[in-house]
Design a protein around this ligand. Structure first.
Ligand code: SIN
Length: 487
């Protein structure tokens, strides 16, 4: 397929190991399709355990010199990577829309969002400070230095084919670690394009490696190989638990950014128009396929009718279609299974008594398109309340009191993002502190940026990405006791 790039060097279809583009040992290929049309875009090398072992060995060797480079030098190379990504933003966005389906506007946004992590952590590389700590006796001093954790592995999802890679690779590289990345099989092209730009930026061979292919084979090698000292994973909670268990025998550090079930609470003192706008963006971003998408809209009874009417009107104006069309607001879901899964949740909830007020079925555009959908009268026992929907479905649950809203919001095993709208400052603090979530958006529907710590509690995982905290997971603290100072 001719995908018309300004910079054709970005269209890479082999694995990137030790600075070289390699095919799979057994010649296997992985098809990559466009979810908007079902058309085959290309195929990429489908690698497995043996190629992964070689990538890990290359990363181990490369780390010997990468970690010794002054932080300022690592920062400069990373800055060049950032500049190249931004210079190629349009091509990277096009590749992303083709393989993932999100609209071009969202893909451009993701490329900039992804690059922002590289810019941020390039700056943070120079701030990996240690401490000198008073010791229990005067002839001693305690010194703490921070050192790179070792070879890192990243397993990344299809919903953010660029930013979930940079959010892991950038702190790793800034800390002096090297990394082996396994992108989602649905979206390897964005990952390989990032590797090409890393190479052009001068990131040395072996420092950053990308292998697409068999998730179980590559995953098993990354989690069992003792050379890998840290795994960062973004994806579902069940897979996260499995990977975490696989890391136990070699006691790797892990960061797990897992599923969510975000409540979006609208209190009756809220600015309703602003809440509708917030709900629209947090619900329908990437067609509802983000871990931080609002999953349950909890609306206070007195304003539920007005809020619902306004949300329905705003949702009706969204245009569904191929993300390459600049007029489109919502792209397809990632594949046919996703459409079936979403439809099952909707149907199951309607059977349990929810009222359908908009959408409710696969779109007549066919393929992977699902209609933006709104349900009212949703209760905690319904499937849309309990499960992460990962589709353009907004379930509305009405509540009476603040205490009831908090109870409903926390009634889930997940704890990633949450949102609420109110103009009462006392309520802002009460509710923000009571919500059992790693992230709270207050009168805001979009909470992600490179300067803030992203991550969850409970079964939404562990660790924080981005912000000044995001590099900690890639560092070990070494304590040195210096004695004999009075001799
Ligand atoms: C995710 O859905 O996993 C990431 C969303 C974000 O970074 O905003």
């Amino acid at each position: 397929m001719n995908i018309e790039l300004t910079n054709p060097t970005l269209f890479r279809t082999e694995a990137f190991v030790n600075g070289e583009w390699i095919g799979a040992d057994n010649g296997a290929r992985l098809p990559v399709t466009n979810p908007a049309t079902g058309a085959l875009i290309t195929d990429v090398a489908k690698t497995g355990a043996a190629e992964t072992r070689r990538a890990i060995a290359a990363a181990e060797t490369a780390m010997l010199s990468w970690r010794q480079q002054p932080a300022k030098q690592r920062a400069q190379v990373m800055r060049r990577w950032f500049d190249l990504i931004m210079a190629n933003q349009e091509d990277l966005a096009r590749i992303m829309t083709l393989e993932q389906g999100k609209t071009l506007a969202e893909s451009r946004g993701e490329v900039a969002y992804g690059a922002s992590y590289i810019e941020w952590f390039a700056e943070q590389a120079k701030r990996i400070d240690g401490d000198v700590i008073p010791a229990p006796s005067g002839d001693k001093r305690i010194i703490c230095i921070k050192q790179p954790v070792g070879v890192c592995a990243a397993i990344t999802p299809w919903n953010f084919p660029n930013a979930m890679i940079t959010r892991k690779a950038a702190p790793a590289l800034a800390a002096g670690c090297t990394i082996v990345i396994k992108p989602a099989s649905e979206t390897p092209l964005s990952a390989l394009a990032l590797a090409e730009l890393a190479h052009q930026a001068g990131i040395p061979p072996g420092v950053l490696n990308v292998l697409a292919g068999s998730s179980s084979d590559i995953g098993a090698e990354l989690t069992s190989n003792p050379t890998v000292r840290k795994l960062s994973f973004t994806g579902s909670t069940p897979i996260g638990k499995m990977l975490e268990a696989q890391c136990v025998p070699t006691l790797k550090k892990t960061s797990m950014e897992l599923g969510g079930n975000a409540p979006f609470i609208v209190f009756d003192d809220a600015d309703i128009d602003s809440a509708v706008q917030g709900a629209l963006i947090s619900k329908y971003r990437n067609s509802g396929q983000t871990c931080v998408c609002s999953n349950r809209l909890l609306v206070q009874a007195g304003i539920a009718e007005e809020f619902t009417a306004k949300l329905v009107a705003a949702t009706e104006s969204l245009k569904l279609g191929n993300g390459l069309d600049e007029n489109v607001d919502l792209g397809p879901l990632v594949n046919a299974k996703a459409v079936n899964d979403v439809h099952e949740l909707v149907q199951g909830s309607i059977s349990a008594g929810a009222k359908l007020v908009l959408g409710g079925a696969p779109s007549n555009l066919g393929g992977c398109f699902y209609q933006p959908t709104i349900l009212t009268g949703v209760r905690p026992e319904m499937p849309v309340f309990r499960n992460e929907i990962f589709g353009p479905v907004a379930p509305i649950i009405s509540f009476e009191t603040e205490a009831e809203a908090i109870e409903l919001a926390n009634d889930t095993e997940f704890g990633l993002a949450s949102y609420f709208y109110t103009r009462d400052i006392g309520r802002v603090w009460r509710v923000a502190e009571a919500l059992e979530y790693g992230i709270v958006g207050i009168n805001e529907g979009i909470i992600s940026n490179e300067m803030a710590p992203f991550g969850g509690v409970k079964e939404s995982g562990s660790g924080r990405e981005g912000s000044k905290y995001g590099i900690d997971d890639y560092l070990e603290i070494k304590y040195m006791l210096m004695g004999g100072l009075n001799q």
